[in-house]
Structures are given as structure tokens and as C-alpha cells.
Design a protein around this ligand. Structure first.
Ligand code: GDP
Ligand code: MG
Length: 598
């Protein structure tokens, strides 16, 4: 195919600025979807994504488009995930493009992920085309936000397009702008095949489906291909593009974007960022930048009923088929019995997986508090990485204990800077930089222990800034910290699933807060319950729940029947997520108390 009529582009934006809505409108304006078969956010494939309004998996559409110049073009729209947890996927999707539409909500202005995404796009040498969105809203400040983009990012905005993705106003002009501004792809059709895998997923009928962008050479139906990192060879059994449904294409060349199936059974056979080359005449080197994504946040997942273990296990297996970044392995807890240690890219990823497990597989789970990966240099010279606080070796065996640090950029209106500083200091942050994006918006850079973010940072930031701050972070290194393990004992028995690792300076305050939270979240029983927090052999906090005497309904005096029913339902709901430990019933909230005690 003549590459001069191809345009490969992504849409980048801060969350909720209208990326999915604009993508929908583009499909509609080009006639690829009629408004009749249009659902909102067509590109957000999974129900869960639709409900949360986020895009988890990148999805690509090939759009035939007849431009004002009378020529027929092929636009490949590559939808990128919009959350920091998935930044590697964003980066690979951008590698498949020559340009990016930068969507900025004209009522909100530049936010943390606007900037993070622009930097990523510029790193990939993309032509960035600014688009101001939501101009149908009264509060849109097109000129103000243009100035913000010019000053803060340094992008020329004098002729930036202003659109409403909702009403479609200005969207046809966006297409013409893409043709004019985004360069056509370059590539050598005669060179050995090099194609970038920028997304892949598991389909129960097709096996692994791979989305790729050809840089050099070509792929034909029936051809033998080789995956660079594994060396494995496969025969292409399907080749085509989504337009928007799958369309077969017999062969594809440089600059083209499409999908293929090749009897791959496992997502690990075709990981995002890897290179496809020919089995015969392979390219001498892979495309740059492939990295294996590793889970950063871990938690234990346990079935409430031991009998549900097998259901949970097969659900985890199925989920992993579709998500190579998610890991799990069997784990046993004295407190919780048989379950799994699961690894995630970040907190959102963790929430999504937990929700999917419950929703799609009907599993009822107890989740332990999330943990980061600690590095332990032992006195015997060996090095351990642990993702479960209860696995921390004895103090005398530890030479150095290190924790992951992140570099974090927070965007906030001027007025809340004080509150942000206070929060970051409390979270052991080290301030690195303060910049004014405009006279009223500030970018603050901190380095901070990742564990402090895992524990309630987002909620705290939100309340400190009335929801106006946004942030972006990346993990940079492991650093030695003065950390201790805090154990929780219930009626004298240590509960391994409640152990946490905390900074020594915070440990007393934290231990007391945690014990109190546990006291409140563990319902009173028919006997006394003693909750203790300990560091080593030293008890630092003690709480007591006195034995229960009354029945829940007794205090309703038979008056209001709906109130009674509600109480009973609430009680039943509570039961669902309880775990019996010795003779004490411990509810799900107790396991997450650690998150709020920081
Ligand atoms: P994304 O997170 O960037 O994909 O954002 P979405 O496309 O999901 O949009 C976020 C919210 O903004 C949704 O409720 C949209 O309906 C709304 N939205 C998007 N574009 C416009 C627009 O041009 N005008 C108005 N009024 N609302 C919009
Ligand atoms: Mg979206």
C-alpha cells in the first residue's frame, strides 16, 4: 500500500477530558459507525471499562476516509489506556504512531496526565496536534487554556482546533488537520520484517490476538513469523484490521496497522513491546525499548469459603490469559487458609482485577492490604525481594531493608499548595521542584516511598485540594529505609495476614491507629476480643472489645419494619465477607484497616 495515504495517530488526554467521546465522534463522522449502532464510547470494550469510564486495553480502528483533497486515506486510530498504571502500554501504543491528538478539556485546562502524555508523545517524536474540547459548555475558556498549553508545554496553539466531542462540532476539521499535520509513515518494504506488538489479548476462539504496526517489510497470510524475545515461530492463520469489526487483509506492508492470530496459546507468547520478524530472513535486531512489565503491588486473595478455592483458582487462570501484567501464585496463610498472592501494576489495576473476579466469576473474596516489593540485603550476603510483610526475615538477619521510591508530579491550583506540601511531608516525601505552569497552577515534584502512595494517598490528595489536583508518578529505585514489621495479635494469636511493614518513626502512631480501627471493624462477639499491635516482642497498642450481650434488633422495639429489615440485611451482608479465625469472626474491612491507619 502507498504509505503516503496512511495516517497513524493516537488520542492522548488527561482522564475524563473526552478522549473516548472524540474517538466515537470520529468513527461517526467518517461513517464507520452509524449513530444507530453507536453506543457511547464504542472503543471501551469491556463492560467494566464502560462503567468506570476508563479505557484499559488499547483498541485500534482502521478508518477509510475521503479527504477534502479528494484522496482516499487510511486513518489508523490507536486508543491508548489513560491511567498511570498502564503507562508502558501507552508508550508502546504511541510507538505505533506518527502523530497524537492532544485533547484538553477547555473547562479544566492542563492536568498531570496531559503533561505526562505529551512528554511521552514528544519522546516518541510524534507530531502533537492540540484540540480543545467541551466548548459546548459555558465554562469553557478556550483562550485561557490555549495560553496554558503554550506556556506550560510549549506547543504552538495559535490555530488549535476547538471542538465539542459531545455534539460533534469541529470534529470534521480535526480529520483534515490530521491529514495535514501528521506525517505519513516511512518504512522499507524490501527490508526484513520488523513489526511492533503494541497490544495483545486472549480470545477463547482465536487464541492470542496480536495488534501490530509494521515498521519495515511485510506480513502475509500463511507466512511463518518469529517472536523476537522468545525465538518461537508461528504460522499466521488470520491477518486483518478492525474497521470497526474484523476485516481480513491478505498482506500488509510498512506503516500498516493490523491484527494477526497465529495459534499462540498464551499472552506471554506475544507480549506488548516485543518485535515480530520473519522466520526466514529475520531482522538482525528487534525494535528498541521492549521491557517486561512487572507487578509492583501485591495482595493476598482468599476465598471466603474454603470450598470456593478451585473456582478462584480457575478464575485467576482465565484472567491471567488476558492480562500478562497480572501475576498470581498459591499462598497459605495461617489466618486465612489457602489462597493466592497476586501482583498488579498499581492500585487501579488491583481494583479492576478484584472487581472482575467477583463480577465475572462470582468469587467472594477476602483481600489483604496491598504491599510493595521490599528488598532485603541479608547479613549472610544474600538478597531477597519480598512482597508479603509476613515473609520478612528476623531483624537480626537483615543487614539493609530497602523500599521502592517514586518520582511524583502533582498539578494543583495555587491555593492548595500548602495542603499538598503538608501531605507529602507526612508521607515522607522529598521535595525536588516547584514550577508555575501559569500564575495560578503549580507543578510540584516529589520523591516519595511508593508504599506511602499505596496507603490512601489519592484520597488524601483529593480532599487536600478539593479534587482539583492531578498526579503522575513512576517508580525510580529502591532506597534503604528504617522500616519495621508491625504484627497484629488477636486474643494472643498473631494474624499473619494483618502484618504490615512501616517506617519506624511512624510505627507507634500507626500501630495504635490500626489497633483502634481493628477494634471498630471487628464486630463484638459473645466473648472478649483483645487486639494487640507489636513490633518484635514489644506490644505497642492494645484494644479490647467487650463481649456482646444484645441482639441487633432488640433496640428497634418492633416499630419500623423496614429499618429492621435493613439492619438484618446489613448483618447478612457483613457475614458474606467474614473469615473465622480461631473463634473470632473477622470481616473484610479489618484487612483493609491498614490502608486507613497511615
Ligand atoms: P476520557 O476519559 O478522556 O475517555 O473521557 P470520556 O470521553 O469518557 O469523557 C468524559 C466525560 O466528559 C463523559 O461524561 C463525556 O460525556 C463528557 N464529554 C466528553 N466530551 C464532551 C464535550 O465535548 N462536551 C461535554 N459537555 N461533555 C463531554
Ligand atoms: Mg476513555
Amino acid at each position: 500500500m502507498d504509505t503516503s495515504v496512511i495516517r497513524n495517530f493516537s488520542i492522548i488526554a488527561h482522564i475524563d477530558h473526552g478522549k473516548s467521546t472524540l474517538a466515537d465522534r470520529i468513527l461517526e463522522v467518517t461513517g464507520l459507525l452509524t449513530s444507530r449502532d453507536m453506543r457511547d464510547q464504542y472503543l471501551d470494550r469491556m463492560d467494566l471499562e464502560r462503567e468506570r469510564g476508563i479505557t484499559i486495553k488499547a483498541q485500534t480502528v482502521r478508518i477509510p476516509y475521503k479527504a477534502a483533497d479528494g484522496k482516499n486515506y487510511i486513518l489508523n486510530l490507536i486508543d491508548t489506556p489513560g491511567h498511570v498504571d498502564f503507562s508502558y502500554e501507552v508508550s508502546r501504543s504511541l510507538s505505533a504512531c506518527e502523530g497524537a491528538l492532544l485533547v484538553v478539556d477547555a473547562t479544566q485546562g492542563v492536568e498531570a496526565q496531559t503533561l505526562a502524555n505529551v512528554y511521552l508523545a514528544l519522546d516518541h517524536d510524534l507530531e502533537v496536534v492540540p484540540v480543545l474540547n467541551k466548548i459546548d459548555l459555558q465554562s469553557a475558556d478556550v483562550e485561557g487554556v490555549k495560553a496554558q498549553i503554550e506556556e506550560g508545554i510549549g506547543l504552538d496553539c495559535h490555530d488549535a482546533l476547538a471542538v465539542s466531542a459531545k455534539t460533534g462540532m469541529g470534529v470534521p476539521e480535526v480529520l483534515e488537520r490530521i491529514i495535514a499535520k501528521v506525517p505519513p509513515p516511512k518504512g522499507d518494504a524490501d527490508a526484513p520484517l520488523q513489526a511492533l506488538i503494541f497490544d495483545s489479548w486472549y480470545d477463547s476462539y482465536q487464541g492470542v490476538v496480536v495488534l501490530f504496526r509494521i515498521m519495515h517489510g511485510g506480513i502475509a497470510m500463511g507466512q511463518k513469523i518469529r517472536i523476537f524475545s522468545t525465538g518461537a515461530v508461528y504460522e499466521v492463520t488470520r491477518l486483518g484490521a478492525f474497521s470497526p469489526g474484523p476485516v481480513d487483509i491478505p498482506s500488509m506492508g510498512p506503516g500498516e496497522v493490523g491484527y494477526l492470530c497465529a495459534n499462540m496459546k498464551n499472552l506471554r507468547d506475544a507480549r506488548v513491546g516485543d518485535t515480530i520478524t520473519g522466520a526466514q530472513n529475520p531482522a538482525p535486531a528487534p525494535l528498541p525499548g521492549f521491557k517486561e512489565v512487572k507487578p509492583m503491588v501485591f495482595c493476598g486473595l482468599y476465598p471466603v469459603e474454603a470450598a470456593e478455592y478451585e473456582i478462584l483458582k480457575s478464575a485467576l487462570e482465565k484472567l491471567q490469559l488476558n492480562d500478562a501484567a497480572f501475576s498470581y501464585e498459591a499462598e497459605t496463610s495461617q489466618a486465612l487458609g489457602f489462597g493466592f498472592r497476586c501482583g498488579f501494576l498499581g492500585l487501579l489495576h488491583m481494583e479492576i482485577i478484584q472487581e472482575r473476579l467477583e463480577r465475572e466469576f462470582g468469587a467472594t473474596l477476602i483481600a489483604t492490604a496491598p504491599s510493595v516489593i521490599y528488598k532485603v540485603d541479608k547479613t549472610d550476603g544474600t538478597v531477597l525481594f519480598i512482597d508479603n510483610p509476613s515473609k520478612l526475615p528476623k531483624t537480626q538477619e537483615i543487614a539493609t531493608l530497602s523500599e521502592p521510591f517514586v518520582r511524583m508530579e502533582i498539578h494543583t491550583p495555587n491555593d492548595y499548595v500548602g495542603g499538598v506540601f503538608k501531605l507529602c511531608e507526612e508521607k515522607r516525601g522529598i521535595q525536588k521542584d516547584i514550577k508555575y505552569l501559569t500564575s495560578t497552577r503549580v507543578i510540584i515534584t516529589y520523591e516519595m516511598p511508593f508504599a506511602e502512595i499505596v496507603y490512601d494517598f489519592f484520597d488524601r490528595l483529593k480532599s487536600a485540594t478539593k479534587g482539583y489536583a492531578s498526579l503522575d508518578y513512576e517508580i525510580i529505585d529502591h532506597r534503604a529505609s528504617d522500616l519495621v514489621r508491625l504484627d497484629i495479635m488477636i486474643n494472643g494469636d498473631p494474624v499473619d495476614a494483618l502484618a504490615t511493614i512501616v517506617h519506624r518513626e511512624k510505627s507507634y502512631h500507626y500501630g495504635r491507629a490500626l489497633a483502634l480501627r481493628l477494634k471498630r471493624s471487628i464486630p463484638r462477639q459473645l466473648f472478649e476480643v483483645i487486639i494487640q499491635a507489636a513490633i518484635g516482642t514489644k506490644i505497642i497498642a492494645r484494644e479490647r472489645n467487650s463481649p456482646l450481650r444484645k441482639n441487633v434488633i432488640a433496640k428497634c422495639y418492633g416499630g419500623d419494619i423496614t429499618r429492621k429489615r435493613k439492619l438484618l440485611e446489613k448483618q447478612k451482608e457483613g457475614k458474606r465477607r467474614m473469615k473465622r479465625m480461631g473463634n473470632v469472626e473477622i470481616p473484610q474491612e479489618a484487612f483493609l484497616a491498614a490502608l486507613k491507619a497511615g
